[in-house]
Design a protein around this ligand. Structure first.
Ligand SMILES: Nc1ncnc2c1ncn2[C@@H]1O[C@H](COP(=O)(O)OP(=O)(O)O)[C@@H](O)[C@H]1O
Ligand SMILES: [Mg+2]
Length: 259
């Protein structure tokens, strides 16, 4: 049994003019504990929508999502929220730290929703996580006094402080220079490996994607496995040719608007 398993998942939204926007058109993918998976794709192809579905922030329009074999569609809202907080850690491009709160307060915030030892030890656990990401001397610093790379490391500490089974990173290096981005990915890879968490990274950066064990491209609302080490053709920074040995690509319009 995989940790996460999507089968033919679609996501459509109703636009103000009543048309349906088909963002995801049948995504099938499984991720095991401890795996590192990268997803590339042009802007607007539904990458964040897919990550939000994986992280229980959004729900599929159709298809099935099994989380450790449990169909998440059968869970109550309360149960879904609980699993999201306990099992998932999120890292975003823009860090999304609480302004006016110290690094320590930002990292301990998710533990306010935990129970028992995690709740009562939240300050110590947050301090340990900040130490772990190399910011042990910045616990009392406010986000606007930290560099971009440091802010992202605080965000990583916050994502990991509850010991999630899955880390979902949406363009984690998108706001950082190449070198700082590399350091941030080193940290994510390292902590994910040490804790046995699955890591799903969305990225425009093929060097970042190449670090993962498996790569996919999201295009036309469909997820296709790719291999970054072949002599693929590229459009901008995105590979054009999917791994033909394992899949035949379906040609559909990107996030097509249909009546
Ligand atoms: N709730 C929504 N309502 C209307 N359009 C949406 C909504 N969510 C996403 N979209 C549209 O769906 C497409 C995919 O969005 P997104 O998942 O953010 O793509 P990506 O992360 O790949 O850039 C975009 O065109 C976006 O504008
Ligand atoms: Mg996005």
């Amino acid at each position: 049994m995989s940790l996460l398993e999507l089968t033919d998942v679609t996501r459509s939204v109703r636009l103000p003019d009543e048309r349906l926007l088909h963002i995801l058109q049948g995504v099938t993918v499984a991720v095991d504990a401890g795996e590192h998976v990268a997803i590339v794709g042009r802007s607007g192809t539904g990458k964040s929508t897919l990550l939000n579905i994986l992280g229980l922030l959004d729900a599929p329009t159709s298809g099935q999502y099994l989380l450790e074999g449990v169909p998440i569609g059968t869970l109550s809202n309360g149960a879904r929220t609980k699993r999201r907080g306990r099992d998932f850690g999120f890292v975003f491009q823009q860090f999304n730290l609480l302004p006016g709160r110290t690094a320590l307060e930002n990292v301990s915030a998710p533990l306010l929703y935990a129970r028992g030892r995690q709740f009562w030890s939240r300050t110590r656990l947050a301090a340990e996580m900040l130490e772990r990401v190399g910011l042990g001397d910045r616990v009392d610093t406010l986000p606007d006094k930290l560099s971009g790379g440091e802010q992202q490391r605080v965000a990583i500490a916050r994502a990991l402080v509850r010991g999630p089974r899955v880390i979902l990173a949406d363009e984690p290096t998108g706001a950082l220079d190449v070198e700082t981005g590399g350091e941030v990915m080193d940290l994510l890879d390292e902590i994910a490996s040490q804790t046995g968490a699955a890591l799903v990274t969305i990225t425009h950066d093929l060097a970042v994607a190449a670090r993962a064990e498996r790569q996919y491209r999201l295009a036309d609302g469909i997820l296709v496995p790719i291999s970054l080490d072949t002599t693929a053709e590229w459009v901008g920074d995105v590979p054009l040719v999917a791994d033909r040995s394992s899949h035949t690509e379906r040609r559909l319009p990107d996030a097509g608007v249909r009546a």
